[in-house]
Design a protein around this ligand. Structure first.
Ligand code: ZN
Ligand code: ZN
Length: 275
């Protein structure tokens, strides 16, 4: 590489996080990579415009799993941009079957990856790791540049050694804190749905996320974003309080060197530079 070529940092944006639609973008220099597109294509394009981005800036897309809140518009995006769409064979099969995806990913753009495999895109490397959830072959991603590692782990049924190992490598972590157990238990969801959410292939509670982070997060980790908060069974305040309590019990306080935040469910956040 030319000595004078600037090494751009990775920038992270969330356009939405939760059952109404998930969408994350990583940018390095002028190139962008999409992770999940579960919000509508019109909202997505409106947000792109607000942030000075264009679909032409995208060079690849990655998918965590085939649930509609993660893939609703990924087919339309793929058709429009022509970029490769990476995920496991099981998730690609699930997307083919998903009748809420109005457009499918064109065959020539389907890229099947295995867990543990690393793919380069936009000057970043993406490594998939397995995540237990109620669809086939769900994954999270470790994203790396020369000096930074970001872990994205959403829709997690239960903390596993693979997820702990991924979190333990990261400077920045996006991780699910879906529900507060008492709110879920006393809430209005039907029993079968409560059991699905609580089950080993459902979602993580604030307590589980707190324990997972307290046991795995590096002492020099810089920032954690809690994602996929339930509208019905959680609040950002509760999620942050529960997780920060677990971290504090492990000697980890939020300060200027370590931030803990909750991603908004239905609005974008500004660019965050990972440095
Ligand atoms: Zn989801
Ligand atoms: Zn899901």
């Amino acid at each position: 590489m030319d000595l004078f070529t600037p090494l751009y940092p990775i920038e992270f944006i969330s356009f939405g996080s939760g059952s109404s639609g998930n969408c994350y973008i990583l940018r390095r220099g002028r190139e962008c990579v999409l992770i999940d597109l579960g919000i509508g294509i019109r909202s997505f394009k409106r947000y792109l415009h607000q942030y000075g981005l264009k679909t032409a800036h995208f060079t690849a897309a990655f998918v965590t799993h085939d649930h509609t809140d993660h893939v609703k518009a990924i087919g339309k995006f793929a058709v429009e941009t022509g970029v490769p769409v990476y995920t496991t064979a099981g998730v690609h099969e699930g997307m083919q079957r998903n009748r809420f995806m109005a457009r499918k990913i064109p065959e020539g753009q389907v890229r099947k990856i295995s867990v543990g495999e690393t793919v380069e895109a936009a000057g970043m490397s993406f490594t998939a790791f397995p995540v237990p959830h109620d669809s086939k072959d769900c994954v999270g991603y470790l994203v790396r540049s020369e000096n930074v590692c970001l872990c994205i782990a959403t829709d997690i049924g239960t903390p596993t050694d693979e997820i702990r190992a991924a979190v333990s490598q990261a400077d920045y972590v996006v991780i699910e804190a879906n529900y507060d157990l008492p709110m879920l238990a006393t809430g209005r969801y039907p029993q079968f749905l409560k059991e699905r959410i609580r089950g080993g292939r459902g979602h993580l509670s604030n307590e589980e996320t707190g324990e997972l982070l307290a046991g795995s997060l590096r002492q020099d980790a810089k920032r954690v974003w809690l994602c996929h908060l339930s509208e019905e069974n959680n609040t950002p305040e509760l999620a942050l309080a529960t997780v920060s309590k677990a971290l504090e019990q492990n000697g980890r306080k939020t300060d200027e060197n370590f931030k803990l935040e909750a991603l908004p469910r239905t609005r974008p956040i500004d660019f965050c530079t990972l440095d």
